[in-house]
Design a protein around this ligand. Structure first.
Ligand code: SAM
Length: 303
């Protein structure tokens, strides 16, 4: 049998395994987050998450820089933080090298909050805090800075994304960066009124079958969220986070608070929002999407 004389394939460098890796990025952090193994190899299980986070960071960094340039400081609240991959990588890449700025992770699971707080201390990430609370309660939590410039919510479960929007509106955040997760609330209301809707409009065929109810419910939820943001003075961009092969929950909603209300955009969005809710037989969701809670001006800051 012929002997294999070819030399063994060289071990790929970290940069080759992870082209997104940036100069100065903490390898210790990536190991602590189990993105890299102790041997410095990329953990394939976390690769997908990492791709999403890196993509999101590309969108968020310019927003942080813009706020920092405008007011000399910048605060970010990450809702439904989980293990805080996003918060940690943002801190490492943006905040660490700057003397100001603060990141607060909001997460209901106390054990994740404790772990993240311990990791932040270990890495010397001093301007990073974690609160074991709900997004809803975070609004009045004394642990949060009174001013929040950027709100993020990456796959915050179900209505936690809506709570993050309500939080951002109340704080008059300059930017919101949202990647919604599964959403059941709207589908539940569509289901409840299905028979009536089918009698009223042939368009109710769009959500007649249970699978369509779920998918259409999810789609319409994001449409309503965008209108809600526009009705409150934000301009909204909807795009894809990463390729569909990486995640099915892939819609990225970017909202920027506008200084003025050009051409009555707020009132128009508010009217559209009400019309869509009425057309789809969802008037009980008016409170959720804040149609009834305020006028066309954004709500006052809650501190
Ligand atoms: C799917 S995980 C996403 C975690 C993280 N953002 C990420 O993308 O890796 C959703 C997280 O949101 C948390 N969560 C769900 N509802 C919440 C709420 N109302 N307030 C705060 N955290 C919530 C869950 O405990 C969970 O850790």
């Amino acid at each position: 049998m012929a002997k294999n004389t070819s030399s063994p394939r060289p071990v790929p460098t970290l940069q080759e395994q992870l082209p997104e890796l940036r100069e100065g990025q903490s390898v210790a952090l990536l190991q602590e987050l189990h993105i890299l193994t102790r041997e410095g190899k990329l953990n394939q299980d976390t690769r997908r998450k990492l791709k999403q986070v890196y993509h999101l960071v590309q969108f968020i960094e310019p927003l942080l820089a813009e706020v920092l340039a405008a007011r000399g400081d910048v605060t970010l609240a990450d809702h439904g933080a989980g293990k805080s991959y996003l918060g940690f990588i943002l801190y490492d890449l943006f905040f660490k090298a700057r003397p100001v700025g603060r990141v607060t992770g909001v997460e209901t699971r106390a054990e994740l909050v404790d772990k993240s707080q311990a990791l932040a201390s270990k890495l010397g990430f001093e301007r990073m805090d974690f609160l074991a609370t709900t997004v809803q309660e975070a609004l009045t939590h004394p642990g949060l800075p009174p001013r929040i410039d950027v709100v993020t919510a990456l796959h915050a479960c179900d209505t936690a994304t809506d709570d993050a929007i309500a939080f951002g509106l109340a704080k008059q955040a300059s930017h919101m960066v949202l990647v919604p997760c599964c959403q059941a609330e709207v589908a539940g209301v569509l289901r409840q009124h299905k028979a009536l809707s089918l009698a009223r409009s042939p368009l109710a065929e769009l959500w007649r079958h249970p699978l369509h109810t779920r998918e259409f419910g999810s789609q319409i939820t994001n449409v309503l969220r965008c209108l809600q943001l526009e009705a409150n003075g934000y301009s909204v961009t909807v795009t894809e986070l990463v390729g569909w092969e990486h995640s099915m929950k892939n819609e990225l909603i970017l909202a920027r608070r506008m200084a003025d209300d050009r051409h009555g955009a707020r009132a128009r969005a508010r009217q559209r929002l009400t019309q869509v809710l009425n057309e789809l037989g969802l008037p009980e969701l008016k409170t959720r999407f804040a149609v009834e809670s305020s006028g066309s001006e954004p709500p006052a800051v809650v501190v």
